[in-house]
Design a protein around this ligand. Sequence first.
Ligand code: B12
Length: 586
Amino acid sequence: MRPLDRAGLLPEPGLPRGADLLAEGRRLARDWQVGPCAFLGHYAVACEADYKLSRMAAGEIMQHAQIGFRDRAKSLGAYRRIWEECEARGVRVDRYGLCLDWSMALPRAARAGATRGTGMILRGPEDFAALTAAAPVAPHFGDFVLGFPAAVENTQAALAAGSTAIGNLGQYFTFRIPGHADDIAAARATVIAIGLIAAQPVRVLVHSNIDDGYGAQFNDLATCLGQILLERDLIEGLAGAPVGHCFGHHFSDPLTRLAFQRALVREGAPGTLIYGNTTAYRGTAAENYAGLARYLTIDALGQALAPSGHAINAVPVSENLRIPDVDEVIEAQLFAGRLVRDLGPMPALIDLAEVDRVAQALRAGAERYRAAVMAGLAAAGVDTGDLFQMLLALRRIGGRGLEARFGPGAADAAAPGGRRPLVAATILHEIAGMAEAALAPAAAADLARIAGRRPRVLVASTDVHEHGKLLIEEMLRRIGAEALDGGVSTDAEVLAEAVRRLAPDAVALSTYNGVALGYFTRLKALLLAAGASVPVLIGGRLNQIPEGSNTSLPLDVGAELAAAGALVCRDAAELTGVLASLPDRE
Ligand code: B12
């Protein structure tokens, strides 16, 4: 590995100073402060952190629901109806994660032409405030606020609408906006917004979902916890803002899930939420209920045994198909309410000695990682007391680079990422299992043909979701084909250029953000213009919200993709058949 040095990491002259950006944010606090909302009024609290502390003291478990429909009126209705219908059945929804759209990451003026995902589009502070006035549920603006060029204006609007948990710092590290690669602009806006948050007269939590950030890339859960410690040091230590961390999407193993929560309790309360183990949803609604019950039980037990203030998050079982609809959110919340009510003597069933052994291993490794990153960056000449420099350097090194250099596991060239994990993350193991299952039904003749031709396949993803890409790469390796890395969150222009440069036999594209058709159409036009002709296999979530339509739920675009010339794959098992049927190379 090349040694890190400041000139390589931060070569730009005249970078802003973190202290100046934080001061700029603090100045904005004269005009932008936490405003009223139905939640703060109803519970007569100054901020959600205070509410959390009082619920924890009362031994109550809090519930989080995620909402954000394209149609504002629908989101507004959902904000009221979910609370109302759950309340009527004796279940209290404490907080909403409000999911903004991809395009909301860009400043208002640049939003019109931006690629849209499947989330909520709010025009300005009035729209934010209308939402949070709709019901006494704590508004948490967690997605596409911090971490992006529009961080300052979105934070202003969220604060004015009474939001006292704002994120999502994790996304700063990994999420990309199509056509906007400027990491300096994203870091700059984020530091100013954090300055604004820190200067509020009440406690506003800077929320960071580690699974949205580097959590999905680390092989070791100890590194994952270490990244949380590091982010806390930076935000609390350098900016003076309280931090609330979130984890959960990728935590499929109950033991490590509970141990992680217990290791986090030591950081001091309160956390924002524990996200549902969404990667466990791979089946029908009935099958997914097993996953829901499994992780919710663990999360509720965690709060009962040692409250960390994290709300539990019942993710609707339709999650693996599309954005869940309002009735499905209500059902999931009622399910969680009943599960919590009936926990009864279950805490006594847990072997806490074993859980705490894992928690201690996590803690010890996490502290080593935090210290190693700080020492490594200081030795490289980065000013570790400058929040802007630190955020930019950490993003440029990347999750895999950080773990390879500073991970707490022993170096081992044979281990994925070059280190033996202290507490292994489960995702690589799960992907290996999926590859095995997808290849099991493959026809021997197809496998023989592929092994004979050894096709070179350029594999890429259109957005942050990279498990599909990792799965296809793993399958290609196993069948003797060559996987060429087309990157993650790869813009169509960049992919078309890679096709021109590498002349692969096929492109395998994994896409999830509800942009499948728009992306493929653009790619096809670019390839045509470059005179490149290559088969494009496409899989993932092949849906899109129709342009100009008022519907908030994305529709399947598989037929349109096929008509436009894409090789549509609904299942990874189709890979071998499609590759075997490709014409021979000339
Ligand atoms: C893991 C996950 C994440 C992780 C991704 C981590 C990572 N580094 O990969 C995190 C937490 C970061 C994340 C973030 C987001 N996510 Co997400 N995420 C998921 C989740 C849980 C799993 C998707 C996945 O990777 N599955 C694993 C793959 C291997 O399995 P699979 O999807 O079933 O795919 C099968 C086939 O399609 C095939 N396949 C896949 N690709 C390809 C390609 C080829 C060529 C072939 C042949 C086959 C193939 O292989 C599989 C086996 O057959 C899904 C929900 C779910 N349970 O499916 C949501 C989901 C995909 N996410 C979604 C959304 C909206 C987001 C966010 C925008 C949310 C937000 N506001 O922050 C962000 C994305 C932001 C961005 N900038 O892009 C939506 C998409 C909505 C839609 N299109 O209708 C989903 C469906 C959840 C939901 N219901 O809202 N997410």
